[in-house]
Design a protein around this ligand. Sequence first.
Ligand code: ADP
Ligand code: MG
Length: 249
Amino acid sequence: MLDCALKTDKLNLYYGAFHGLKDVDFCVYRNAITSLIGPSGCGKSTLLRCFNRMNDLIDDVAVQGTILVNDEPLAGIDIIELRKKIGMVFQRPNPFPFTVRENLVYGLKVHGYNKRRYDEILERCLKAVGLWEDIKDKLNTPAMSLSEEMKQRLCVARVLTVEPEIILLDEPCSALDPIATLKIEELMIELKRNYTILIVTHNMQQAARVSDYTGFMLLGDLIEFGETSKIFTSPADERTDGYITGRFG
Ligand SMILES: Nc1ncnc2c1ncn2[C@@H]1O[C@H](COP(=O)(O)OP(=O)(O)O)[C@@H](O)[C@H]1O
Ligand SMILES: [Mg+2]
């Protein structure tokens, strides 16, 4: 039996009167990559944001239903702990306007890591994202001076410093060129050995290339969820078929 690192049961979300997520039953399997696909505005980012309570920051949001993190109700987890356990990487690389080093030690300070561990953690995380060789002599340069792809890698490394279990990525390659995109995809595949990954992508080829499981969303519904190979070759729902064959979206 595969187990779910993240699970929702009858999850509903409202932005005021607008019904953004409708009875979503979803599971993100451990140490695998799961993609969420679907046309713009279908609720992919909304669902992703539920998992680290980013929607809490938005006025007039109501959430009903259950969200479990490792079988534990998300609602009962301290928010600081939750954000440590579940890291998030955004569409546009968003390093802080500090040096590379300061970006990487930021979370360590927040979570009270011993300063003597900083160097070892920095090296481990930069190696994990394939930046160490390029950047080890530039730790004091501004993060903003890096290329877009390196900035995005740095953002992944920043998430890794505090030892998360789960990484959420919301269209992490949409600001990158195709070569940089492939490099980030390779990185995700590398990371799934140690982490559970949930990625939102509007790029179906990307979902097909990197993910083990895929969920297809439409107008706030999770229409279909299953093994990526099945979703892309013999989907059960004709709406999924319509989307993956390019008839809409
Ligand atoms: N802060 C918000 N307030 C009101 N409506 C929102 C908000 N964020 C998203 N929505 C609406 O919820 C729906 C889903 O949005 P989103 O999750 O961003 O979709 P996706 O990521 O699939 O493009 C859209 O109709 C969007 O307009
Ligand atoms: Mg989105």
